[in-house]
Design a protein around this ligand. Structure first.
Ligand code: F6P
Length: 391
């Protein structure tokens, strides 16, 4: 009897727990006596028939990034590519595919509704899921996909980078600086929000257009009291005239997203210019950790769920899954578990696009709500600073 085979791919921005998912899928496929091939560079490997037999490859699951490499390829808009992908999957005689990606990579699965697929979300933007509104707030247990892989690791770094114990607050108070720190996050402010666990003064996110005069006045007020200020700004934040704080609109990916970078630099320069008459502004600066949010090794929470998701994905495909399913993470009674979400009733992954709203964020004072902190506390620990006596 011919041995069954499945495929796996990683697309979009790399995150630290990807190799752990691949390793767990490999281990389970060996246990289930099913072949596992890894497509190279995400969906482009499917289109171009570039793959490796994972049983022949040894790698360290604890190393960040993806041994399968990554790309940002859109199947829908590329003439002939959907047909090519379908044909190659058929020729390779695959039972199905494990697709690991963010919103864009996962959206391609909707172009192949008849290919059995298990979708696993990964993105430091944490924007694939649903907060499921209910009266008077939100029930954390009702959240569809509590977090995306990679977010716990990046969120911890975000908080650490601004904190007093591990990050920028030490130089901010020593030199009486105003620091604007850039967070990643194209459309969603979840990563910027997670900075709250490291106590910045203000957080600016893409979902709420920025009233520049208001933030400038708040910065001046805070500086007068505290003699240092830390502002976190998401790369995808916009002014209230709709324009990005900083974007290179000429450089776009397959999905039409412009190259976003420089929000911290642009905003800090503008603030510097505008508050010159009040203060010595040599110490007003922008900082952009950029790819450091996505780099290095994964946190324990990311690793644990990378393992579980990789195993469950292979089990589902070995048991002859017929239609695409999204493996979400549920939080019940403060215990995470996997909950399959069937995609058959959805038209596009956009229905699972998760934005920050006023339940999680106070746009008036650029802060995170108590509920927002409660949500984040399940994923990362707060970095305590009161023991230092500086607050
Ligand atoms: O989609 C995840 C993400 O990290 C975004 O926050 C960011 O805008 C984007 O990837 C940048 O990706 P790259 O430079 O790899 O195209």
């Amino acid at each position: 009897m011919v041995k069954k085979r499945i495929g796996i791919l990683t697309g979009g921005g790399d995150v630290p727990p990807l190799n752990a998912v691949i390793a767990s899928a490999k281990q389970t496929s060996i246990e289930r006596n099913i072949g596992l091939i890894g497509f190279i560079k995400g969906w482009s490997g499917v289109i171009e028939n570039q793959y490796i037999d994972l049983s022949e490859i040894n790698f360290n699951p604890l190393i960040g990034g993806t041994i399968l490499k990554s790309s940002r390829v859109r199947l829908e808009n590329a003439f002939g590519k959907v047909g090519q992908a379908e044909e190659n999957i058929k020729k390779l005689n695959l039972e199905g595919l494990i697709v690991i990606g963010g919103e864009d990579t996962l959206s391609n699965s909707f172009s192949l509704p008849n290919v059995p697929q298990v979708l696993i979300s990964k993105t430091i933007d944490n924007d694939v899921g649903m907060m499921n509104p209910c009266d008077g707030g939100i029930n954390l247990e009702e959240i569809t996909n509590y977090f995306t892989l990679g977010f716990p690791t990046a969120a911890r770094k975000m908080a650490s980078f601004v904190s007093l114990k591990e990050g920028l607050r030490t130089t901010a108070y020593s030199h009486e600086r105003i620091l604007v720190v850039e967070s990643m996050g194209m459309h969603a402010g979840w990563l910027a929000l997670s900075a709250s666990m490291g106590h910045p003064d203000f957080i600016i996110i893409p979902e709420f257009p920025l009233d520049y005069d208001r933030i400038k006045d708040l910065i001046v007020e805070k500086y007068k009291k505290q003699k240092n200020v830390i502002i976190v700004v998401a790369e995808g934040a916009r002014f209230n005239n709709g324009s990005y704080i900083s974007a290179d609109e000429k450089e776009r990916d397959d999905f039409g997203h412009p190259r976003l970078k420089g929000a911290a630099e642009t905003l800090s320069k503008r603030v510097k210019g505008d508050i010159k008459r009040h203060f010595d502004t040599r110490n007003v600066n922008g900082v952009n950790p950029s790819y450091l949010y996505r780099s290095g090794t994964a946190s324990d929470l990311d690793l644990k769920w990378a393992n579980e998701l990789g195993r469950e994905a292979v089990n589902l495909l070995s048991d002859e899954l017929e239609k695409p399913v999204f493996l979400t993470i549920k939080n019940e009674a403060r215990e995470f578990s996997i909950a399959p979400y069937h995609l058959s009733n959805m038209k596009s992954i956009k229905e699972l696009h998760r934005f920050v709203d006023e339940r999680f964020y106070n746009p008036k004072d650029f802060s995170v709500t108590e509920l927002g902190k409660k949500y984040l506390a399940e994923i990362i620990d707060e970095i305590a600073e009161d023991e230092y006596g500086l607050t």
